[in-house]
Design a protein around this ligand. Structure first.
Ligand SMILES: Nc1ncnc2c1ncn2[C@@H]1O[C@H](COP(=O)(O)OP(=O)(O)OP(=O)(O)O)[C@@H](O)[C@H]1O
Length: 364
């Protein structure tokens, strides 16, 4: 869908911002450009909508050389979201979102109706449409920025550090929102960030850039974490990559075991091992330590808080974390509705990984 063919950008002062970049961004996916400051991410992105013209190579969008498109028309088919949203301060939120449809000749009424619809799409109440950008929080402004970029329903969306100006909690919310939107809208998105965690969280493919605008690796997040192409990438993806890599490993054949359970409020005799307390809906409430209750009633206040829960069918990282964070050393596994299904130990997770490794090695 977007193809960079040996694309180079050398600025007039001789700075090579992008050096022979060759990669293709698949239609309907989120591709992230990541790397340290000054390594050519923004320049690469801006060459796609001709805000920067390459000095070498070719860029194709949908098979078409972008040099053959009028830049203004090209940009109408390519949404662009930047840090701090870049909204027009003297236009209402609704008019900000309606900008491109109006430029494309829509009537004001139709453009505003579309803008109101988009506010809902990005999770904002329609009433905010009347406000001015300065009357919104940073996170809300970013959402408006996304809505504005989506207004003309462009197949391609370029996002340049769109969430870096907001705090980490809001940022995670915006990332989730983007993933939800993308599942609905199926755009081709190129997303620039310098944050590897953000890249791993939202990217289906990640291009890691290094100084001088050189592409260091182009791979899936799982590949980057488990098989970095060189020391630069290994250092850049950072610590804990083995553990973080488990985010991409399915819990497939992980066996769950059973453990003693008791319902909160029920009477119970002292048990010899850890006992998991459940509520009436079978949801875990906490643990009773061994020997803790002799013939007493199980009160919520006597429970040791549990660790994290692993939802069956999600990545193995959750299972290992559940086991490691559990006071009993037993990770609680629940179904999608949060109901208890069993427990796992960290050793079981490690054994499964070892088993898979052996199978893979056996196959080679
Ligand atoms: N107009 C320009 N003239 C000369 N050099 C430029 C110009 N624009 C960018 N550069 C240089 O090109 C290189 C790449 O810049 P670019 O903005 O693409 O990097 P980046 O990876 O997006 O960085 P950051 O994460 O800091 O935004 C940098 O060395 C930068 O100083």
């Amino acid at each position: 869908m977007i193809e960079f063919q040996a694309v180079t950008k050398r600025f007039d002062d001789g700075t090579v911002a992008v050096d022979e970049l060759t990669l293709s961004v698949q239609a309907g996916t989120i591709t992230v450009f990541v790397g340290p400051s000054g390594c050519g991410k923004t320049t690469s992105l801006r060459m796609v909508n001709r805000m920067v013209e390459p000095t070498g190579g070719t860029i194709l969008v949908n098979g078409k050389d972008i040099r053959d498109s009028d830049p203004a028309l090209l940009r109408r088919g390519i949404g662009y979201v930047i840090q701090q949203a870049g909204l027009f301060p003297h236009r209402s939120v609704l008019d900000n979102i309606a900008t491109v449809p109006l430029l494309s000749g829509w009537t004001r009424r139709k453009a505003r109706a579309r803008a109101a619809e988009l506010l809902e799409t990005v999770g904002l109440p329609v009433e905010l449409g009347k406000r001015y950008p300065a009357q919104l929080s940073g996170g809300q402004q970013q959402r408006v920025g996304v809505a504005r970029a989506l207004a003309a329903d462009p197949p391609v969306l370029l996002m340049d550090e769109p969430f870096s100006a907001v705090d980490p909690v809001v940022r995670e919310g915006l990332q989730d929102e983007l993933l939800r939107l993308q599942a609905e809208l199926d755009k081709t998105i190129v997303f620039v960030t310098h944050d590897i965690d953000e890249a791993v969280r939202i990217g289906e493919k990640i291009a890691v850039f290094r100084q001088g605008g050189v592409l260091a690796q182009y791979a899936t997040p799982a590949e980057l974490l488990t098989r970095p192409a060189n020391d630069f990438v290994a250092n850049f993806v950072g610590k804990d990559r083995g553990y973080r890599g488990l985010s991409f490993v399915e819990d497939g054949e992980l066996d769950v075991r059973s453990v003693d359970t008791v319902q909160v409020g029920a009477r119970r005799q002292a048990g010899t091992g850890w006992t998991l307390a459940l509520d009436a809906d079978n949801h875990p409430r906490g643990w009773l330590p061994p020997e803790s209750i002799a013939d007493g009633q199980v009160a919520e206040s006597s429970l040791v808080p549990g660790g994290s829960l692993h939802v069956r069918g999600t990545a193995l990282r959750g299972a290992l974390d559940a086991a490691l964070s559990s006071p009993a050393g037993l990770g609680v596994v629940v179904d999608e509705g949060g109901g208890y299904t069993g427990v796992v130990t960290a050793q079981q997770v490690l054994d499964l990984l070892e088993h898979r490794r052996e199978q893979e090695t056996g196959r080679v």
